[in-house]
Design a binder for this molecule. Structure first.
Ligand code: NAP
Length: 488
């Protein structure tokens, strides 16, 4: 396809990236701009053979990569970070073109993603082991931390420029190599990142990208015995299936899965901060984030003012092509995403909810959907149980703290939760009682590369980011050295 003028040629790739080579495949799949529906690229579609070739390349490259001094691996990761930052503008355009989010959000994602290379470049130098007090005079005991080996990675379409670095940076810092299957909606971001990795000096075979059939590529990564670790971000449904398939070879797993995030707004909250924080978590990326507010519980005393203020702010949001100036909300990723919003709204209204603003497809057509606020939501509604993954904000009224915590925890998910209150005792009580991996207090934005990101319950296993993030790519080895005779 024709490359957009604003994107430099070295960042625009439509082929597989295996063993340091750009390769065509027998078939191709179309990538669409969700704002216009236009086909913007025809990307080579990898299958079992290409995935196996990438795994072989990753396996061959791994010992030499792991043998490089940590400082050398760190220098390459730092260069990768610097190149992403230097190319932030065209990378943001690629992201908006294939994903739809407003350019300002895309730029923020580029810097957030790059920061993982910076953070883990440093962590590469801090993979410490232990010296264990011995149980015998002639023995010395050590615990080494070593790279697990070849890693398979499968990533979603909602934050490609962040989800890929969040996996690749710690894996490579640890001395692992990787075969990545990006989401079929957003392969161009992954391929652009690979191109910058190559320019930064990542050796051939260390980082491979195989876009293509979820079943063929994903299944091979989950079952091939040469892959020692599978790291997946996506839906709980697919994560569950991958976990079952990976059990055949007892792979180490990281699963970053779906969420059903509650927001708790107490009577003593700062109203403006609560509304701003709710908008930040509910409407970022048009509500298509795993840490997205899905249920908004508001205490009776502040309820009506909160609903009115939130609805006014939501009604004022400008929709449009993410590349246009001043756009706050882009399109949803596809028609299925629109249908899910419609289904959740229809079900809620049938069960007594009231549409305060929005509620239907936007006049712009395509996959544009009106940002929506619903009042009178209850736990009888689908929207309380399922992740909407769209710009629909259902408000539930509650009376007291215990009720709010019980409602917030009444889900099999446990990724992110948010609390708005000015009462310090409540911050502790509620913060500790929530069964979630991430709790934002008086904020709707918590992500930071130096903090552990991950879910409880069916929202996943493992953590990405922070010092915990590199643990996922390491194995422990106990060395027991015998026969050390006494001095003299
Ligand atoms: P998805 O349908 O689960 O897809 C995610 C990835 O898995 C894509 O690369 C997809 O490939 C692949 N895939 C789909 N079916 C597969 C299969 N049977 N075997 C192997 N791979 C398969 O999720 P999504 O719709 O892209 O993303 C939205 C979901 O991700 C939401 O539930 C969201 O909460 C979750 N998410 C979680 C986090 C987190 O950190 N916890 C972050 C972001 C998103 P194709 O694209 O080719 O289908």
């Amino acid at each position: 396809m024709t490359r957009p003028e604003a994107i430099p040629a070295p960042l625009w790739h439509e082929n597989l990236y295996i063993d340091g080579h750009w390769q065509a495949a027998a078939s191709r799949f179309a990538v669409h701009n969700p704002a216009t529906g236009a086909v913007i690229a025809e990307v080579a579609s990898g299958g079992v053979a290409e995935t196996e070739a990438a795994i072989a390349a990753a396996q061959a490259a791994q010992p030499a990569w792991a043998a490089q001094p940590a400082k050398a691996r760190a220098a390459i990761l730092r260069r990768w970070h610097d190149l992403i930052v230097a190319n932030a503008e065209p990378l943001a355009r690629i992201l908006t073109l294939e994903q739809g989010k407003p350019l300002a959000e895309a730029r923020a994602e580029i810097f957030y993603g790059a920061a993982f290379f910076d953070w883990f470049a440093d962590e590469a130098k801090r993979i410490y082991g232990d010296v264990i007090p011995s149980y015998a005079d002639d023995r010395r005991l050590l615990a080494l931390r070593q790279p697990i080996g070849v890693c398979g990675a499968i990533t979603p379409w909602n934050f490609p420029m962040a989800m890929i670095p969040r996996k690749a940076a710690p894996a490579l810092a640890a001395g692992c190599t990787m075969v990545l299957k990006p989401a079929s909606a957003t392969p161009l971001s992954a391929l652009a990142l690979a191109a910058l990795g190559e320019a930064a000096g990542v050796p051939a075979g260390v980082f491979n990208v195989v876009p293509g059939s979820a079943a063929a590529v994903g299944n091979t990564l989950a079952t091939d015995p040469r892959v020692k670790k599978l790291t997946f971000t996506g839906s709980t449904e697919v994560g569950r299936a991958l976990m079952a398939r990976a059990s055949g070879t007892i792979k180490k797993l990281s699963l970053e899965l779906g969420g059903n995030a509650p927001v708790l707004v107490f009577d003593d909250a700062d109203l403006d901060a609560a509304v701003a924080g709710t908008i930040a978590t509910k409407f970022r990326n048009m509500g298509q984030t795993c840490v997205c507010a899905n249920r908004i519980y508001v205490q009776a005393g502040i309820h009506d003012r909160f609903v009115a203020t939130l609805a006014a702010a939501v009604a004022a949001m400008r929709l449009g092509d993410g590349l246009a100036q001043g756009v706050a909300q882009g399109p949803l990723i596809d028609a299925d995403a629109v249908a899910k919003c419609e289904r959740h709204i229809a079900d809620a209204v049938a069960k007594g909810a009231r549409i305060v603003t929005g509620g239907k497809r936007h006049a712009l057509g395509g996959s544009f959907f009106e940002p929506t606020v619903l009042a009178g939501a209850t736990h009888a509604m689908l929207i309380a149980a399922e992740e909407t993954f769209g710009p629909v904000a259902p408000i539930f009224r509650f009376e007291d703290e215990a009720e709010a915590v019980a409602l917030a925890n009444a889900t099999e998910y446990g990724l992110a939760a948010y609390v708005f209150t000015t009462n310090h005792a409540r911050i502790w009580r509620v913060g500790e009682a929530l069964e979630y991996g991430i709790v934002g207090i008086n904020t709707g934005a918590t992500s930071y590369e130096g903090a552990p990101f991950g879910g409880w319950k069916e929202s996943g296993i493992g953590r990405e980011g922070g010092r915990q993030g590199i643990e996922e790519f390491l194995e422990t080895k106990y060395l027991c050295i015998a026969g050390i005779s006494p001095l003299g």
